[in-house]
Design a protein around this ligand. Sequence first.
Ligand code: ZN
Length: 281
Amino acid sequence: MKTRSLWLTLFAAATIALAGARAQERLEIFDAHLHYNQEPNPFYSLDQVRDVFRRNGIIGIIANSRPNKGTHQLTDAKWPELKVVPFIRPYRVRNDIQTWFNDPTILELIKEEYSRGVYRGVGEFHIYGKAAESEWVKTIVDFAVERQLYLHAHCDEEALLILFRHNPKARIIWAHTGFSVPPARVAELLDQHKDALWGELSYRGGIAGSDGKLTREWRDLFERYSDRFLLGSDTWINERWFGYDTIFKEYRSWLAQLPPEQARRIASGNALRLFDLGGAK
Ligand SMILES: [Zn+2]
């Protein structure tokens, strides 16, 4: 009798563990900050990239690359398990990061890429402070708004506000959600730019403590704005590809501490909604 109850207990424990693992597996993830850079060769072949996505439960990506060739490859791959949302990277080489906002040839690059007819956004691009006031930046923001393209902006708060001033109809995915901008200020900005601003969370500080537990501030922020955040790997250097599994293990660890409907929105629901790809709300 004793042995039997022990087995039952073990069986119950195993069932619960399995259910827990399944619940984790079921959380589908959209990587909203993916670079497939190639200067001149990618770190991983397409087959290896596919393997990385499968292993991590990635069902969709915002794809961009320097140069844009990597994005073309990901778009052309047409893997049935992966939704690819291509964004135009306004860079040919790394140094363009410093100069693109004053470089008329970048507008030509954007127009030429756009003519491929597949793009949903422009970015990720880097811009800080008053540099955003350049006439080329305004032209690019207007170009994006007219074509209903999202902007994926790696910027400080000052530049973010200038982008919205250029064109209040801009729709901006804020790469890294300002890195360290206080959560209370993030909340204000989200309130001020409804249907226009979303926060992407790669490299964002303060979400979880060193013990892996969600901080009070971010738990509250997610409770109020779970429809406004996206996850991203930001594979800007090879090390990020190497660490891809770890990046998403960390995301999953704090997502598991949120109510499931909030976790689902942040993990993939918001991205699917933004790009009209169906799926969870
Ligand atoms: Zn990036």
